[in-house]
Design a protein around this ligand. Structure first.
Ligand code: URA
Length: 197
């Protein structure tokens, strides 16, 4: 039977894409994910940054501080939710994920979601939104994050296999690091989560 423990051990030794070379060279860790293993809400970011790869904790740097504030604004504790990324290893210089890296690493996320069975999947930014929309048969709805952030999508899949799981695309919290004005938009979108707590 699959388990988060099994996934963790596989990711720790993963060499499925070239990102592992940077991990080994720099003494970094893969960032597997953290939080409630039975979470109702899961957040999916893009990839670990420097602080995350140094510590193995997702969203523990500047973007993580913003995510923490946003969760607090709707009285959700970090430990109630599960937080992970599409890529488990850090791309050098925080570059965006390459398609082959998403292809190699995505199945770990798929397995994590299958085990946790969240009712709400919050995607953070364009990359995770695109990945999750495809996974849940919502490819026709894919648009840039500035068009679809804060909307609630229900996924059923061809045979109803997704059971109406809600997908909520959100801006990536890192946008606030570069533009403080974006915080209001994110706070407004996070309010949606109050009704799903
Ligand atoms: N950005 C992400 O997408 N994920 C992290 O874990 C940290 C920053």
């Amino acid at each position: 039977m699959d388990s988060l423990f099994k996934i963790k051990n596989e990711v720790l030794n993963c060499k499925k894409c070239s990102l592992y070379k940077e991990r080994v060279k720099n003494g970094f860790y893969p960032v597997i994910g953290e939080g409630n293993h039975k979470a109702k809400i899961i957040f999916v970011g893009e990839a670990p940054g420097f602080n995350e790869a140094r510590t193995s904790h997702p969203f523990c740097g500047a973007a993580g501080k913003i995510l923490g504030q946003l969760l607090k604004s709707v009285a959700i504790e970090r430990k109630e939710v599960y937080i992970t990324n599409i890529l488990k290893d850090r791309p050098a210089n925080n570059r965006v994920p390459k398609p082959e890296e998403i292809k190699a690493c995505g199945p770990y996320l798929d397995r994590q979601i299958k085990i946790i069975k969240p009712k709400i999947v919050c995607t953070l930014g364009n990359y995770s939104t695109k990945y999750i929309f495809k996974k849940y048969g919502l490819e026709d709805e894919i648009q840039g994050i500035s068009k679809i952030h804060g909307k609630i999508f229900s996924a059923f899949g061809k045979d109803g296999q997704f059971n109406g799981v809600k997908i909520i695309p959100l801006y990536h919290p890192a946008v606030v690091v570069y533009n403080q004005n974006m915080k209001q938009a994110l706070e407004k979108d996070f309010k949606i989560l109050e009704k799903f707590k």
